[in-house]
Design a protein around this ligand. Structure first.
Ligand code: GLU
Length: 340
């Protein structure tokens, strides 16, 4: 009897261990899902913005079983394409590039509309920033003609804006300038070393790259974009807005006043294929912790829940919509962005 009882006890203990053994993997099967956000160069604003998202979400990784990692990339166009191919889960993309990808324009003219692109929200404004050496004689936008200019790498957002602006100014970017296709992260040093005369960068302010470009030995300035180039573009494209580069951020630049230019917005994108729970958790953490999020980079300072719902073209992902419905923010979202 005793033996029998002992047998039962041992049996029960064994079953417990066995169960635990089975349980263990299933507890671990609430395993962490890793998602990656594509950003831009490390000295831009996308990279620290991605870092801010990951910081906020990863604080809750035990709750959500989700870990966000950030990748430095070639920029907006690269990010859209990598989201579409499934190489990236999320990406930060200029509002102009989101619009063009959704409608199958510019880099997507041959591939056609990117119908699986989804938007989540927008972040900071990004202004087209042209930095030129004082010794180059480039004073006005049209003076860029005949000069050696980095318009940006093919995966970047700024390359598109540079081409649109130059074309609007009657400058053929293939013939009338010596166009360089380098990444923004290299521009500051190239300008300081005298290897280029000027560069384009569509970026939020303040940022490390422009600080680096203005703080060197070679004196440099921002090139203003005149109204006769800006206005027709504003009429043509809803994604452009007039803006000024605040000179207070760059005391070493030789401009005296804020510099007129044109701006887009940084937007947060994903694919229709991304699971709704992941998009929901990330959206919720960004919006619920907006005050903390804004402090993680000075360019994010201007964000409000309302202005983060502007500048979008692709339909809003259902995971984000769920959060906007719950939080009442849905009232700020145009019906055209809510897909059935
Ligand atoms: N707007 C740039 C691009 O789309 C990136 C700017 C940044 O990294 O902050 O390529």
């Amino acid at each position: 009897m005793k033996h029998f009882k002992l047998g039962i006890t041992v049996g029960i203990i064994a079953i417990c261990f066995l169960t635990l053994g089975i349980m263990a993997p299933s507890t671990a099967s609430a395993k962490i899902t890793f998602v990656t956000i594509g950003t831009g160069g490390v000295t831009g604003v996308y990279y620290p913005t991605g870092g801010a998202i990951s910081k906020i979400v990863n604080k809750k990784s035990k709750v959500y079983h989700l870990k966000v990692t950030v990748e430095s990339t070639g920029g907006s166009v690269f990010n859209v394409n990598a989201i579409m191919s499934g190489d990236l889960d999320f990406g930060i993309v200029e509002s102009s590039r989101q619009y063009q990808a959704w409608h199958g324009q510019m880099e997507w003219a041959k591939k056609g509309p990117q119908k699986n692109l989804r938007s989540i929200c927008s972040f900071h404004p990004e202004s087209v920033t042209i930095v030129a050496g004082d010794d180059t004689g480039i004073k006005t936008f049209r003076d860029l003609k005949g000069h050696h200019v980095n318009i940006g790498n093919p995966g970047s957002g700024q390359r598109g804006e540079a081409i649109e602006l130059l074309t609007q100014a009657g400058i053929d970017w293939k013939k009338d300038i010596k166009a360089e296709g380098m990444k923004a992260v290299e521009s500051a040093q190239m300008l300081q070393d005298g290897r280029i005369d000027a560069f384009f960068y569509t970026v939020g302010h303040p940022n490390g790259s422009i600080k680096e470009a203005t703080a060197g030995k070679r004196k440099v300035h921002f090139v203003p974009i005149p109204d006769d180039i800006i206005m027709p573009l504003l009429k043509k494209h809803s994604y452009f807005a007039k803006a000024y580069i605040p000179i207070k951020f760059y005391p070493d630049a030789t401009n005296k006043k804020d510099v007129p230019t044109i701006a887009v917005k940084a937007t947060f994108c994903t694919s229709a294929k991304e699971p709704a729970w992941i998009v929901y958790d990330i959206t919720k953490e960004i919006f619920d912790n907006l005050e903390t999020f804004k402090k993680l980079h000075p360019a994010l300072n201007v964000l409000t829940k309302k202005n983060m719902l502007t500048g979008l073209t692709a339909p809003i992902h259902p995971g984000a919509l769920k959060y906007y419905r719950e939080s009442g923010l849905i009232k700020y979202i145009p019906k055209s962005l809510i897909s059935k």
